[in-house]
Design a binder for this molecule. Sequence first.
Ligand SMILES: NC(=O)c1ccc[n+]([C@@H]2O[C@H](COP(=O)([O-])OP(=O)(O)OC[C@H]3O[C@@H](n4cnc5c(N)ncnc54)[C@H](OP(=O)(O)O)[C@@H]3O)[C@@H](O)[C@H]2O)c1
Length: 304
Amino acid sequence: MNLVSSRLLSAAAGALLTLPAFFVQVQAGSEEQVERAPLALVTGSTRGLGAEVARRLGAKGYHVIVHGRSVERGQAVVASIKEAGGSGEFRRADFLSLNEVRELAFGILDDFQRLDLLVNNAGIGSDENGRLVSADGLEPVFQVNYLAHFLLTELLVPMMLDAAPARIVNVSSGAQTAIDFDDLMLEHWEPDGRQIGRPYAQSKLAQILHTYDIAERLEGAGIAVNALHPATFMDTYMVRQAGIEPRATVDEGADRVMQLIVEDVGSGHYFVDGEPARAHEQAYDEAARLRLRELSLELIGHGG
Ligand SMILES: NC(=O)c1ccc[n+]([C@@H]2O[C@H](COP(=O)([O-])OP(=O)(O)OC[C@H]3O[C@@H](n4cnc5c(N)ncnc54)[C@H](OP(=O)(O)O)[C@@H]3O)[C@@H](O)[C@H]2O)c1
């Protein structure tokens, strides 16, 4: 068994040491109190859906790690959280580089003792006509939307076990297409000009396979893992950049994400319109889930 998997599984079995809680300083009147704030990481929260979810978590008392590539937009989101009385900080990592994903995870592991909530939200709709290139030589949409989050989750789950009950929310999409395991990097796929292309739909289904897989592996460990389709064509950069007329608001999508954070929704589900729903057929194929996990471990350099 590879290192990451064995660490995750041994942690799931309760073998990790219990670490001291994370504390932040908060002002209450003239007296300074020390209280533990739950810690949340929202990937891709410099704008769009992630930014709104980060602001709502700030208002709920989380210390929010805002993530993305744009320092300027990230700091603006942190400022808005603080202006509303909340607590947050920005961390930059480009998910087109798996090393930057590792650095993000290791920084969080170094600086905090426990993580209560991980919202895997960062995403791109396309490779912008080849403009986006993976530093790891992988298909860029698959890497940003799925594989970077697979790696991040594997690295952070052990510290989430210390925060149990904790939650992982994977922001997927209703746009899903079967993963072709013989052409995972889509080297033999010809772009067909569709607004929502195969790379995006494959990456979004991969997130759901991972959700089901990890929820099963973490059963009984106190970490709820769910995925969702937040809303159809929210008014965000991704949608506008694809030339699609927005049909939903970011608030509508954020309501759906927050539901999976605050309500008792169980674990191992894919939600649409606030209800558990059936994903693409391939998500229920155990062999496909296992194959994806094995290929993903190989791609992140932890193949057995
Ligand atoms: N919009 C919709 O209607 C819709 C529908 C279904 C599902 N979704 C899903 O919802 C999630 C959020 O989408 P959105 O519509 O809010 O998109 P968005 O406004 O374009 O925001 C995308 C976020 O991802 C970050 N990001 C993009 N590339 C990155 C990279 N290489 N490394 C690190 N971060 C990166 C961006 O930050 P930087 O630019 O700072 O890097 C930004 O914060 C996505 O997973 C998307 O697939 C959206």
